[in-house]
Design a protein around this ligand. Sequence first.
Ligand SMILES: Nc1ncnc2c1ncn2[C@@H]1O[C@H](COP(=O)(O)OP(=O)(O)O)[C@@H](O)[C@H]1O
Ligand SMILES: [Mg+2]
Length: 526
Amino acid sequence: MKNFFSRHISLRNRLILTSLALTGIPLIILVGASYSLLDTGINIGVNQPLEQGLNAALAIADKSYQENVNRISFQIVNLSYEPELRNKNRLQNTESLLKSAIRSNDLDAIELYDAEGALIHFVCKSGYEDQIPMTDRDRVIHGLQSKFDLVHRSGSENRILKAGKAIENGHGQIIGMLVGNQVFPEDYVRNLNEVQIKSQFYTEVDMLRGRYFVHLFGSFLALAFVVAVAAVIASIYLARKFTEPIGQLVQATHELAKGNMGYQLQRLSRDEIGELMNSFNRMSRDLEENRKKLIHAERIAAWQGIARRLAHEIKNPLTPIQLSIQHLRDEYNKGNQDFSETFSECTETIIQEVDGLRRMVQEFSEFARMPAPNFQETDIGSILKELVSFFATAHPAIRFTLQSTDPLPSIEADAERLRRVLINLIENATHAVMNRSIKKIRIQANYAEGDSTMYIHLEDTGYGIPRDRLERVFQPYFTTKENGTGLGLSIVDRIIQDHNGRVTAESEVGKGARFDIQLPIFQKRE
Ligand SMILES: Nc1ncnc2c1ncn2[C@@H]1O[C@H](COP(=O)(O)OP(=O)(O)O)[C@@H](O)[C@H]1O
Ligand SMILES: [Mg+2]
């Protein structure tokens, strides 16, 4: 797991995840803790036995009240079925019936209305005459129309329970209305109210408590959410800020590895990473400087080698010249008959050797004179085409092929010298394939869009170069040919280097050789 974590997730994402964990975990704990804290805090002062008692009292009160309602309703309904009351014409004469109903029931008063809602009789227990108000006319009318039993309370402190019942005759017609009244004792109503109010208050407080909790915890959650979002944003920002310069450093080391010495980092921060970048820049500059020094030293060494070699090459023909002249002088002093023969032999040798010397000196001076290249926009594609067609015409036995990316960009180069490079390479290849059964020379020029480098490859099916000689073929005066100067490839190397490019050789003996050139598209200006 740990390996997976550190290997497959980028540094940046790891930083983000870590900081998220660092803020997220405590946040979750905090949210949990606050929940339980709020929960206990809010329930402080909640008295469960009291609440239960109150609920029980409410239940009892409700029940006793309902029992009263049921009893009164039952009695008034019963009364409404008295045959005397079910005859419209006899309603006026029912007063005694009503009075006896009051005596034998729990009813404290009875009202009787006709079908129009006009009061016919009002009877009550003695002493209640002033306490019981008549039922609202609206209610009576409503009761007559809807046939429903009317139960409600009225009077001072709602002490009077009223239960109504419409009276029907034998044909289901409503002919009147009975309303029974019961007066509750004062303390009964007060207790009933008390219990109801208290328990209602309690329910309200309970609800408020719930709402308060939701409110508090909700705001806490919202706060936590804001903190979490802020943490996410901050950690992404910080991780990016922190890893960006590291990414730049990594990129810079890649550049160095690619050989882009002297690569410099921009936008240095003023922290430790900035210092690191700074020392990277210093190192890179040093490397570039060292590389230049090395190249310089190499050049000097190469020139020393060339000078030594040249001295040696010049000494070689000097010996036969000296010997010839000595021979001529000896023969002349002897006064020999066949002197003229010796004379022509010796002068021929001298002329030949001097000729060779001149050729050598001329090539050397060409090689040595090489001034700084004259960079210009150069269409390398057409140079290649032209040269290939020229050599193909000159050597019809050899199969030349040219492949190149289309279009090939023009590059900044010294056209004359690049032509020299290609001629030298093609000449060598031509020499190498000349006596082989397969005679093929293939030239490729590749360029990838957006790249800063172009690649040219020359491949032949010639005799090839042994591995131990691969390094030396670029040295001046290294040749395996009878009439070779050994300067061709050293000129190639020198020109390509002057173009800030690279040339390398690969080969398999007997199969052929391959020369690879890298050329920058643009020259750096210093
Ligand atoms: N295409 C090639 N195939 C095989 N050998 C090669 C090829 N090109 C160069 N060489 C070897 O490198 C040597 C040096 O080449 P160069 O510097 O051009 O000098 P020269 O052609 O005068 O010998 C050659 O003598 C030859 O041995
Ligand atoms: Mg050559």
